[in-house]
Design a protein around this ligand. Sequence first.
Ligand code: FES
Length: 95
Amino acid sequence: MKNVGQLIVNGSVRAVDADPREPLLFVLRDQLDLIGTKYGCGEGQCGACTVLIDGAARRSCITLTGAVAGKKITTRRRGCIPARPYCVPDNRGTR
Ligand code: FES
């Protein structure tokens, strides 16, 4: 299976080298240093890893990277919660 070579993240095309079966969460954190996307339960239950995929909230720990190639991914940014239509400080010191 061909690796995923790029993702559209926070409005930019970012180069990655990821197995399409790898959870998106680890690609965001380990390859793109987007550590505001947190690991919690790893089972799609807690919401710590939530990102927006084409505007819909998804748990990145159970979303395969290959399933989001070509889609717009929006992550939690410093002081923001991605599931809101605007930036809301979350006061947790995330990045
Ligand atoms: S880490 Fe808990 S839902 Fe993804």
